[in-house]
Design a protein around this ligand. Structure first.
Ligand code: TXA
Ligand code: MG
Length: 350
């Protein structure tokens, strides 16, 4: 059944009434998309099975892919889990509210639908005023995956959410463009050595400064891995626009030469090309249409521009998107590479 999706525009410090109303919709079992500092999430009451099922339905998300539960305080997190290891407490104190999701042992208040049947639950306090007020008004923990159709790039504006989910959800809280542009770092705190399941703004090095050794348990280079992955979300196709995506990775000069060759090849075949390239490359290479990833030495700019750029080019019906993989791979750059490799149909290393 098609829903009438309400839109609440939030500006400045007012609009408490909008957030109250959106909170009421959540409390009564509805679905509301809202901004966080990372990407827009599609929220529902994490403790209400029927409400959570609507998230899976709206996104077309596989039922075994668990959701992140968003809370507004540590106390609220305590109510969802059996215990909190010391290292998890350290991370909460240092990084919450913020783009870090902790996987902890869940207790029985969290329904199976929310965790995809796992005995763990992923939790975070988002670092965004609108998200926090909305959670507070709802009076319940909010399960929220990224607010995109499953498999598509995550939304960084309310327009992206509308494009994917209009008519499928009860409301959208429009708080403008997000700050970071890539989803949170996910770390499993239930194993002896904590394991990063998904890279994000908070890097391995940063985590290790506070809790010592951390291992990496994700694999950038595998598109469809087997069933035994620790984070079920990692086994599905991700972040993919309709257009074919070709990623060219390597040192800047070589990437530029290879992109130039690809443009010549595809032009001969009458293919409409979109470029998603660093500023440095954009100054040298030209195609039908292009979108800037920002300066190659500032991976936080690539993080902010990646999903928005993929959607921008896709909407202009290019056949091929060529992505410039010459930006710095450290810090949040590691997370950008992770997402773009998963989105790519083909990876060329030069
Ligand atoms: O920044 C974010 O994390 C955004 C905003 C809205 O908070 N949310 C987000 O949710 O990216 P989603 O559902 O798109 O990604 C959640 C990831 C998936 O890869 C999922 O498999 C993993 O977290 N995950 C969730 N619960 C888990 C659990 N109990 N054990 C292992 N992985 C889990
Ligand atoms: Mg997602």
């Amino acid at each position: 059944m098609k829903k009438n999706t309400r839109i609440f525009h939030i500006s400045g410090s007012d609009n408490g009434d909008h957030l109250k109303e959106a909170g009421r919709i959540l409390r009564e079992g509805g679905t509301v998309a809202f901004p966080t500092e990372t990407v827009y999430g599609l929220g529902a009451d994490a403790l209400n099975e029927v409400a959570v099922m609507q998230i899976f339905e709206a996104k077309g998300r596989p039922a075994d892919n668990p959701l992140i539960v968003h809370v507004d305080s540590k106390e609220s997190c305590m109510k969802l889990v059996r215990s909190i290891p010391d290292k998890a407490l350290i991370l909460m104190d240092r990084f919450w509210p913020g783009p870090l999701t902790l996987v902890l042992e869940r207790n029985e208040v969290v329904p199976d639908v929310t965790t995809g049947g796992l005995d763990t639950v992923a939790v975070r306090i988002p670092g965004n005023r609108i998200a926090l007020e909305l959670i507070r008004h709802s009076g319940t923990p909010i399960a929220a995956p990224s607010a995109n159709i499953s498999g598509k790039p995550s939304p960084t504006t309310a327009e992206h959410v509308l494009h994917d989910l209009s008519g499928k959800i009860d409301a959208i809280v429009d708080g403008g463009e997000v700050v970071i542009g890539l989803e949170s770092t996910v770390i499993d705190m239930t194993s002896a050595v904590p394991a990063i399941l998904r890279p994000g703004k908070i890097s391995k090095e940063e985590l290790e400064m506070y809790i010592g050794e951390v291992i990496i348990a994700y694999d950038d280079n595998v598109h469809h891995v087997n069933e035994t992955v620790r984070s079920p979300g990692m086994k599905y196709t991700h972040y993919s626009p309709e257009s074919r995506v070709i990623l060219v990775e390597g040192e800047h000069d070589r990437v530029v030469s290879r992109i130039k060759e690809l443009i010549v090849d595809f032009s001969l075949r009458d293919t409409k090309i979109g470029l998603l390239v660093t500023e440095e490359t954009e100054n040298i290479v030209h195609a039908d249409i292009s979108y800037s990833l920002g300066e190659k030495d500032k991976p936080e700019q690539a993080a902010k521009n990646l999903f928005i750029g993929l959607r921008y080019l896709d909407e202009r019906n290019v056949d091929i998107i060529i992505v410039d993989g010459s930006f710095r791979p450290d810090g949040i750059g590691a997370a950008v590479f992770n997402r773009v490799r998963k989105a790519a149909d083909m990876i060329i290393k030069v």
